[in-house]
Design a protein around this ligand. Structure first.
Ligand SMILES: Nc1ncnc2c1ncn2[C@@H]1O[C@H](COP(=O)(O)OP(=O)(O)OP(=O)(O)O)[C@@H](O)[C@H]1O
Ligand SMILES: [Mg+2]
Length: 233
């Protein structure tokens, strides 16, 4: 088991009202699996992904990666873990505008002390993702689809075991979205696990799908109901 999430909960406040953006959520993801998370806007997808990425602290519950509790690590250890094991493709524009495409991609390599260099790997990624010609460009000169590819290359820089992608094909035309889906499929075929929040049915066909509503996974709700029924019987 690569990722195991138990009873995860995150509450937010809006005015007087306190609500759970992620509510008692449980999830399992096997090594090399491709899992898509569907759900309406505001259902809690990004909140969940940010907790898995170690960026937002849950109010309760646990996230185990390779059996290690993420939030049992202190801040520097969790940051090092994220840098080593996880690639994150955040929702929306996430590239640093003052760095070239190549330097954006190389950045995760340099965030933690490690030996060797990043140039060769970054070049290999730009070739593979079809963005070699953009290496010297800056994000402001890229199309939406090109930016996504750069963000994907950056997520792959440290050869992570899991890539989290938050709406990677959102706002792309159908052809470009299909190209993104086939890219993710190829990468998954090489053993990298994916957890993808999306509204794109094309991506849903690449693996297992989950649906989240009001911070809860729907089949998890059914499982709870089943348990309640069997308790009554
Ligand atoms: N920092 C915050 N403070 C208060 N409320 C928040 C905060 N972040 C998110 N929320 C609320 O939590 C709920 C879940 O938000 P989230 O961003 O996880 O949704 P989402 O499923 O990713 O939506 P989308 O498909 O639009 O990206 C929403 O109602 C949102 O307004
Ligand atoms: Mg979101």
């Amino acid at each position: 088991m690569l990722l195991e999430i138990n009873g995860l909960r995150k509450e937010y406040e809006r005015g007087e009202h306190r609500f759970a953006a992620v509510d008692d959520l449980c999830l399992r993801l096997e090594r090399g699996e491709f899992v898509c998370l569907f759900g309406r806007s505001g259902s809690g997808k990004t909140t969940l992904l940010n907790m898995i990425a170690g960026l937002i602290t849950p109010d309760s519950g646990e996230i185990l990666f390779d059996g290690v509790g993420l939030y049992s690590l202190d801040d520097p250890a969790r940051t090092a873990w994220r840098n080593e094991k996880l690639g994150y493709m955040p929702q929306g524009a996430s590239l640093l505008s003052n760095l070239s495409v190549l330097d954006n991609i190389r950045l995760p390599f340099h965030l933690q002390p490690r030996s060797g260099g990043s140039l060769e790997k970054a070049r290999e990624l730009t070739r593979e993702l079809g963005i070699s010609r953009l290496e010297k460009s800056y994000p402001s000169a890229l199309s939406g689809g090109e930016m996504r590819r750069v963000a994907l290359a950056r997520a792959l820089m440290n050869s992570p075991e899991l890539v989290i992608a938050d709406e990677p094909s959102n706002d792309l035309d159908a052809q470009t979205a299909r190209e993104m889906a086939s890219l993710l499929s190829v990468l998954n075929g090489r053993g990298c696990a994916f957890l993808v929040a999306t509204h794109d049915q094309e991506l849903g066909r690449l693996g297992r799908t989950l649906e989240i509503a009001n911070g809860r996974l729907l089949d998890q709700d059914h499982a709870t109901e089943d348990r309640e029924v069997s308790n009554v019987q």
